[in-house]
Design a protein around this ligand. Structure first.
Ligand SMILES: Nc1ncnc2c1ncn2[C@@H]1O[C@H](COP(=O)(O)OP(=O)(O)O)[C@@H](O)[C@H]1O
Ligand SMILES: [Mg+2]
Length: 249
């Protein structure tokens, strides 16, 4: 379980996290929503220890990671699979090398790496024969996302963090990626956090949290979200129905 307690983080004058309280229960999927620039990515980076909070506590499996040394934080980091906003593939490596990079770096043989990479590519519904030798520039946006996902799955994380996995994709590819995330959830029973603005996500996550002005203003079951009387969530999801949301000033 991940638990954030009164987490605060500023960058210079800019207050970002302003006392965030949030629980991500084991084997559950939580969607975090919020306007652009609210500090959603900063929250994920604090969970994995890439950014240290100024104040507050972050427990991961019972350890308060805000007290850890850099080496101990590395160990925490390895529990997480982090699917970035943009697939973040290395342009100079082909798909096989991109997905298998951690195996190859750790001395796993080419043959063994190939078996594992193929298996994960199939899992994300890519045809290994077709894509193994392609470079990121030869792939569509949706394919790059899937390659990124395959690479993350190979690291066998306990927690999966998806930072806007479908931003910038067309609606059909978005649906395919959502189906994939859902299948992967069911198969591995990960504990996951998905940052997304897409109401389609409410159909397969357990809980939804709304980050607003640096705090969680709503936390509830996804299946009851449309009936919620919470004024913040009401305004936010109405905005989702009616059109694009404006970034925070
Ligand atoms: N490493 C950093 N140094 C300075 N400012 C940062 C840093 N990371 C994020 N910020 C600022 O924190 C705010 C929240 O950023 P972010 O978490 O990326 O927002 P979003 O909710 O869109 O993911 C933004 O104003 C951003 O400019
Ligand atoms: Mg972000």
């Amino acid at each position: 379980m991940i638990k954030l307690e009164n987490v605060r983080k500023s960058f210079g004058e800019k207050l970002v996290s302003q006392g965030v309280n949030l629980e991500i229960p084991d084997n559950k999927t939580v969607c975090i929503m919020g306007l652009s620039g609210e500090g959603k990515s900063v929250l994920l980076k604090q969970m994995i220890g890439l950014i240290r909070p100024d104040d507050g506590h972050i427990w991961v499996d019972g350890t308060d990671i805000t007290t850890l040394s850099e080496d101990e934080l590395d160990e925490n980091f390895r529990r997480f699979g982090y699917v970035f906003q943009f697939a973040a593939l290395l342009d100079s490596l082909n798909v096989f090398e991109n997905v298998g990079i951690t195996l190859l770096e750790n001395g796993v043989s080419h043959e063994e790496a190939l078996i594992k990479v193929k298996e994960k590519l199939e899992l994300v519904q890519l045809n290994p024969q077709e894509v193994l030798h392609k470079y990121p520039s030869e792939l569509s946006g949706g394919m790059r996302k899937r390659v990124g996902l395959a690479r993350t799955l190979l690291t066998q994380p306990k927690y999966m963090l998806y930072d806007e996995p479908t931003t910038g994709l067309d609606p059909i590819t978005t649906r395919v990626i959502h189906e994939l995330i859902k299948d992967i959830q069911q198969r591995y029973n990960f504990t996951s956090v998905i940052i997304s603005h897409d109401p389609e996500v409410f159909n397969f996550v357990d809980y939804v949290a709304l980050l607003y002005h640096g705090q969680i203003h709503y936390y509830g079951e996804a299946k009851t979200i449309w009936e919620s009387k919470n004024p913040y969530i009401h305004q936010f999801i109405r905005g989702l129905r009616e059109g694009p949301i404006k970034p925070r000033a």
